[in-house]
Ligand binder design. Structure first.
Ligand code: UN1
Length: 500
């Protein structure tokens, strides 16, 4: 008897609107795939403006009650979400790894970052600080309180598919907002699991809604909906500018977290072994697909040859492979588009005269042929080349030689972005000068450009964003309005500026 060829069934996932999972009849669908193996991971609804409209209606309907729920109670609910993520950390971490390709410890780290932030935000439920200040008049109180904005949209990227959604969702919810969440299409399974934990924790219907689909349709409809009062977007600079422009139509609050071109400076007196571990982690962790990734290595001339030699030497034993396998240092890039972009930049760099010192190609043969594997790449470049200025978002490191600290700072700052930065030196004065002068939202001393902790503000200057900061207590600023309150208990008309 001939065996029928069994095609593995692809699990179908729905949208989450008003507390229910649903698949609109006749909706078109898309799938996500493992970038290391090509395996299909799930099928998702390509939502249209109609579903976005319903999700926003559900969030608007749920808002008054959620807003009235005491913030410490909202915090308790968040804590339960964190517990659920903790219970599911291995499974979720594997999903991250399978859906976007970062190695397993980093996949689990992504989930841990979500847990850390939610725990931190649950405590905010007992703070949500305002201020009280003295009045210029007698028998009068002056203070501020925080109020939620209303319905907010969280539009998130694929590179941290559990952490970044939760940076936005948890901060929005603790502040009393309701949320419509649109994850990057190629990490829709992660997005679905992010939301499932909130459902399982008992979040009331409509408080968090999930709409999967294309940015140009779902994202666009969300940004244009006048009932959405704030949009928090993490992604590319070009898309970010579009989001900003569309949001401006309704003067809505738009928070943008965009690209980076982050430098690691290594001075002559640096601990080179430490700097080497730092740059390997910073440049090739998550295959260089972090906004904070080290994409420029600026080395002082006294240690240039030696340090570059150390780096190239170490890369010889750097293992690229299936990110679920132990002992693998780096997985694939996340998609065919990513691969194409990265390979194009490697080409552009060489045409501009950068010298290819390591990698520089797609890895092929055996299991490599199933996925999007690019070798960790080192280009010896001159400041000003496109590869030293534009965000590549992949495992490509441009290395530059500088004469001294002054030139290092000048080169580091001469880009359009300003997210993260790092310097390796033992000189205390120069460390502090770097803190003062590097044009970036984040500066690390003797540590790589990646690995920010959630209890501190995260964000950048210049083309990296529009001034907001995620994480830290500043996360609350993104999602609250400040109400100024004056209480006059003098029982008479008192005139500020005129009497007193
Ligand atoms: C990002 O790449 O957008 O600091 C976020 C880091 C991580 C977050 C990165 N904690 O590298």
């Amino acid at each position: 008897m001939a065996l029928a060829k069994t095609v593995p069934k692809v699990e179908e996932y729905g949208l989450f609107i008003d507390g229910k999972w649903e698949s609109p009849g006749g909706a078109s669908r898309f799938t996500t795939r493992n970038p290391a193996t090509g395996e299909v991971l799930g099928s998702f609804v390509s939502a249209t403006a109609k579903e976005v409209d319903r999700a926003v209606s559900a969030a608007a309907k749920a808002f008054p009650k959620w807003r009235e729920t005491p913030a410490p109670k909202r915090g308790q609910l968040l804590l339960r979400v964190a517990e659920i993520y903790r219970e599911r950390k291995d499974e979720l971490g594997e999903t991250v790894t399978m859906e976007m390709g970062k190695i397993l410890p980093e996949g689990k780290g992504d989930v841990q970052e979500a847990i850390d932030f939610i725990e931190y935000m649950s405590g905010e439920g007992r703070r949500l600080l305002g201020e009280t200040v003295p009045s210029e008049l007698r028998n009068k109180y002056c203070m501020t309180v925080r109020q939620p904005k209303g319905v907010v949209a969280a539009i998130t990227p694929w590179n941290f598919p559990t952490a970044i959604p939760n940076w936005k969702i948890a901060a929005a919810l603790i502040s009393g907002n309701t949320v419509v969440f649109k994850p990057a299409s190629n990490t829709s399974l992660c997005g679905t699991k992010v939301v499932k934990a909130y459902e399982d924790a008992g979040l009331p219907p409509g408080v968090l809604n999930l709409v999967t689909g294309a940015g140009g349709i779902v994202g666009d409809a969300l940004i244009r909906d006048p009932r959405v009062k704030a949009v928090s977007f993490t992604g590319g600079t070009d898309t970010g500018k579009q989001v900003y422009l569309k949001g401006a139509e309704h003067l809505k609050y738009v928070h943008l977290e965009l690209g980076g071109k982050n430098p690691q400076i290594v001075l002559n007196d640096a601990n080179l072994d430490l700097a080497l571990d730092g740059v390997l982690f910073g440049a090739f962790g998550s295959s260089g697909q972090r906004c904070t990734a080290t994409s420029r290595l600026i080395i002082q001339e006294g240690v240039y040859d030696r340090f570059l030699g150390m780096l190239l030497d170490r890369l010889k034993s750097f293992k690229v492979g299936n990110p679920v396998d132990r002992g693998v240092d780096m997985g694939p890039v996340a998609s065919a588009d990513q691969e194409k972009k990265v390979l194009t930049y490697i080409d552009v760099g060489q045409k501009e005269g950068a010298k290819l010192r390591a990698g520089g190609k797609k890895l092929t043969g055996g299991d490599y042929d199933k996925g999007y594997f690019v070798a960790p790449t080192v280009l010896e470049a001159k400041h000003g080349m496109r590869v030293t200025k534009e965000e590549i978002f992949g495992p490509v490191l441009s290395v530059m030689k500088v004469k001294d600290f002054e030139e290092a700072v000048r080169v580091a700052n001469d880009v359009d972005y300003g997210l993260s930065s790092s310097i390796y030196t033992k000189d205390v004065n120069l460390s502090f000068q770097a803190m003062e002068r590097l044009e970036a939202g984040i500066t690390y001393i003797n540590a790589p450009t990646i690995g920010a902790e959630v209890q501190l503000p995260f964000g950048g200057i210049k083309q990296t964003g529009n001034g907001g900061r995620e994480a830290g207590t500043t996360a609350i600023d993104e999602f609250t309005e400040i109400k100024t309150v004056f209480v006059d208990f003098s029982n008479k008309l008192q005139k500020a500026q005129i009497e007193g």
